[in-house]
Design a protein around this ligand. Structure first.
Ligand code: NAD
Length: 499
């Protein structure tokens, strides 16, 4: 994987980029379609146009994937060959990383200077998933009796409908698609209507890498029509969804009724726990990163700070000092560390929570706006609330913006009680030099991912899984093999011919 040089200043395109769907190996462009226009969230300029998939497009995409799955053109290919193609996709994403990064900066509002690392994360996911294509296997049983033997095969689940959110567009597709492909599945992918660019650009890469026609189909569209049509399609074997808990619950219900396999990666309200004995400077920096990265629009965002009471005032001041120094501004400027929120609706939702926090009696600090105030975009300044009761809505609900709730604690038990006191269970961070405490927290916290003395690190080898209402199932790591396969038992009874 190459390391890109420091990003230069990016500019807005003079005309929007037109994208096409991928259906049965063919690119389906704008002709005969309504376009979904995407405006850059900092400047308000239209930067992308996606063809909105019709019901007929969804049906064609599912049919193409079904045909590819039933023909075994992909699952019947030796794992070594599938691995080579998936690894080739990784190389091509790496080759095109600057262009892919620019698309995400323009569509999501991600700072151009920070995006390369994220695209690198997608490269790493495809690289790792390629190795799993050669490590998908079942078991054999030779101790069932003198004339009995059994095989347990691990076979691809079939055709997977993948529905993804707007906040990490290429990364989240890359947490699903290469893993499903590695075990031999086919797919119909629907990215978010707000940020479909990189998923549709990925289509070119898949074709160039040699993924056979029909194996992957990518369509753009809104959740209520395209997303729903995919979820309800009877020819799909599984739905792999990442998004809000609200929509996940609906998809889970529909999947349950149709008896389809469903995997759900949902929202979070992650606690960042800081003990008095921690490296407080390092912790303060990561706490700020944890709630402002991608303007707080991350499922694993560390949106609650639980800090030991003896250092609470000092540590909160350090957090505010770091947040004050953040470079909030135009995402096209390579110096910018935090851009705008993705949409007007998201900005209104976050400012609504900030008002609710103040109304409930919490004490709020917000960074003063700088030159970015002159831009028409949906900026919300980093905001830190103290005097927060764990029961307040700002401490219970996923805000999905740069808002931190600070709550002091006196004991490990109290911190665990507060941390586990929401419906979510996605991630948690712990800062301590005391190993006993680290293990105690690690054991007791309700969260699928727990990081100690670091935050937002991650690796393709490590599974992502949500406890509580943060999800069902898991992604990434070798555990993804289980997710995208099903077992088949073959039991053999043979004669007793003498040897
Ligand atoms: P969302 O649930 O509104 O939409 C996610 C996707 O589902 C989009 O593609 C959307 O078009 C589609 N969709 C919406 N309604 C649908 C329906 N009725 N049927 C089928 N599809 C439908 O989420 P969002 O606003 O795009 O993303 C933010 C949410 O995603 C947050 O809650 C965040 O925590 C969560 N998220 C979770 C993870 C994780 O790994 N756990 C990662 C990223 C984001």
């Amino acid at each position: 994987m190459s390391i890109a040089p420091a990003a230069p200043r990016a500019s807005l395109p003079s005309t929007p980029t037109d994208y096409a769907s991928l259906i049965g190996g063919n690119r389906v462009g704008a002709a005969g379609h309504v376009s979904i226009e995407r405006r850059n969230p900092a400047h308000g300029v239209v930067v992308s146009r996606y063809p909105q998939a019709t019901a007929r497009d969804v049906a064609a995409a599912v049919e193409a994937a079904r045909k590819a799955a039933d023909s075994r053109v992909w699952s019947g290919m030796p794992g070594a060959e599938r691995a080579r193609i998936i690894a080739r996709v990784a190389q091509l994403i790496d080759r095109d990383r600057a262009g892919l990064g620019l698309i995400e900066s323009l569509e999501v509002g991600k700072p151009i200077g920070l995006i390369d690392r994220e695209i690198g994360g997608s490269v790493a996911l495809w690289e790792y998933a390629a190795t799993l294509a050669r490590h998908t296997y079942g078991d054999s049983y030779d101790q069932l009796g003198a004339q009995t033997m059994a095989l347990v095969l691990r076979q691809p689940v079939g055709v997977v409908g993948m529905i993804t959110p707007w906040n990490y567009p290429l990364l989240i597709v890359s947490q699903k698609l290469p893993f499903a492909l590695a075990v031999g599945c086919c797919a119909v992918v629907k990215p978010s209507e707000l940020t479909s660019g990189t998923a549709l650009r990925l289509a070119d890469i898949l074709i160039e890498a040699g993924v056979p026609p029909g194996v992957v189909n990518i369509v753009a569209g809104y959740g209520n029509d395209t997303g729903r049509a995919i979820t309800e399609h009877p020819a799909l074997d599984m739905i792999s969804f990442t998004g809000s808990t609200r929509v996940g619950r609906e998809i889970g219900r529909l999947g349950g009724e149709a008896l389809k396999k469903v995997s759900l990666e949902l929202g979070g309200k992650s606690a960042h726990i800081v003990c008095a004995d921690a490296d407080l400077d390092a912790a303060a920096e990561k706490v700020v990163l944890g709630f402002t990265r991608n303007a707080g629009q991350a499922c694993v965002s560390g949106s609650r700070l639980l800090v030991e009471r003896s250092v609470a005032t000092r540590f909160t001041e350090a957090v505010i000092a770091h947040a004050k120094a953040l470079k909030v501004g135009d995402p096209l400027d390579p110096q910018t560390q935090m851009g705008p929120l993705v949409s007007e609706a998201q900005r209104d939702r976050v400012t609504g929570y900030i008002t609710a926090g103040s109304d409930a009696g919490a004490k709020g600090w917000s960074r003063e706006a700088g030159p970015e105030a002159a831009l028409p975009g949906h900026f919300v300044q980093p905001t830190v609330f103290t005097e927060v009761a764990p029961s307040m809505s700002i401490a219970q609900e996923e805000i999905f913006g740069p808002v931190l709730c600070v709550m002091p604690f006196d004991s490990v038990a109290e911190a665990v009680g507060i941390a586990n006191g929401t419906i979510y269970g996605l991630a948690a961070g712990i800062w301590t030099r005391d190993l006993d405490k680290a293990f105690l927290f690690g054991r007791s916290l309700k969260a699928g991912t727990i990081e100690v003395n670091t935050f937002l690190a991650g690796a393709p080898e490590l599974p992502l899984t949500g406890h509580g209402q943060s999800g069902v199932g898991h992604e990434k790591g070798r555990y993804a093999i289980e997710e995208f396969t099903e077992l088949k038992t073959i039991q053999l009874q043979f004669g007793s011919a003498p040897l």
